[in-house]
Design a protein around this ligand. Structure first.
Ligand SMILES: Cc1cc2nc3c(=O)[nH]c(=O)nc-3n(C[C@H](O)[C@H](O)[C@H](O)COP(=O)(O)O)c2cc1C
Ligand code: SF4
Ligand code: SF4
Length: 272
């Protein structure tokens, strides 16, 4: 049976990686956001990939919920590819634990540095980052097609060294998010993430084209009288903000005036 690759993407980095791996290993590509209404997700093939962006040093909420619904994980080669603008955080630990709770094992994981989609990084050479990621991706595909484990020992050691730092910084994200939303710090991280769209609004450049509503992977935007209205179950993926053709969306998550999407992914690729 053909391998399956599950992915979630807001600005195309993850879609690009997932698509490339799927082509190389001849796998089915399945967007995680198309499975929202499923109570259980049965894994049938022997090889399964989970590809995601790191948010707030962890898994996106939608990817956590997806992993919690998985069934039939025994005796499978399950690999994960995390991509991030800075570091892998605790996302792999979270994913490992979730898979274990469903009776599975993460056979291999890989981290790939991609351009940051939420804020400007002064010393980031996007061209170079994308070029390096392509080279690493080649190696990932090779290892996955041979059902091998993840990176070299040195990467693993680096990850172990960074892990306690990530655990230390994770609560800081929660405080920072609660602050920027003017919300109670008693809310869980998930609740804060969902509510972040209270800070989203349009400016005078909005033409009412509706692209933001179409690219939102979780149908969190409704067009009312040609104006987008956010519905408060936001994943914070920044697709609406970054794909708006008129740069008409403002919010407290992205850095003002900074926009990004993967150069080889088109807006039509994001609309399912
Ligand atoms: C809300 C949000 C939080 C993020 N948090 C992190 C983070 O904690 N660490 C990191 O390295 N990158 C972080 N990023 C950057 C993304 O992981 C990165 O740019 C990723 O490649 C985006 O993937 P996509 O284009 O498929 O959406 C964050 C991005 C967003 C939108
Ligand atoms: S994509 Fe931009 S211009 Fe179009 S409706 Fe949304 S906010 Fe307005
Ligand atoms: S509202 Fe915008 S940021 Fe929130 S999930 Fe939809 S596209 Fe992503």
């Amino acid at each position: 049976m053909k391998p399956e690759i599950y992915y979630f993407s807001g600005t195309g980095n993850t879609l690009f990686l997932a698509r490339t791996i799927a082509q190389k290993i001849n796998a089915h590509l399945i967007p995680i956001n198309t499975l929202l209404d499923k109570k259980r997700i049965e894994l049938s093939p022997d090889v399964v990939g989970i590809i995601y962006p790191v948010y707030y040093m962890d898994l996106p909420v939608i990817v956590k919920q997806f992993a919690q619904k998985l069934d039939n994980l025994e005796d499978k080669y399950i690999f994960a590819v995390a991509n991030y603008g800075g570091g892998i955080g605790i996302s792999i630990v979270t994913l490992k634990e979730l898979l274990k709770s469903r009776g599975g094992t993460l056979s291999a994981w890989f981290g790939l540095h991609m351009p940051q989609n939420a804020f400007y990084k002064a010393f980031e050479n996007k061209k170079k980052v994308l070029e390096n990621s392509r080279n690493k991706l080649e190696k990932v595909c090779k290892r996955v097609s041979q059902k091998k484990h993840g990176w070299r020992l040195s990467d693993y050691i680096l990850y172990l060294l960074l892990l306690p730092i990530s655990k230390l910084f994770s609560p800081l994200f929660e405080t920072q998010l609660a602050d920027s939303l003017d919300a109670s710090p008693d809310l869980s991280m998930e609740e804060l993430i969902y509510r972040a769209d209270y800070t989203f609004q349009t400016n005078e450049k909005c033409t009412g084209c509706g692209i933001c509503a179409k690219v939102c992977p979780v149908d969190n935007i409704e067009m009312k009288h040609n104006v987008p209205v956010w519905l408060h179950h936001c994943e914070n993926c920044l697709a609406c903000y970054n794909w708006c053709p008129n740069k008409a969306i403002e919010n407290e998550i992205a850095q003002k005036g900074y926009y990004y999407h993967h150069p080889e992914i088109k807006v039509s690729d994001m609309i399912l």
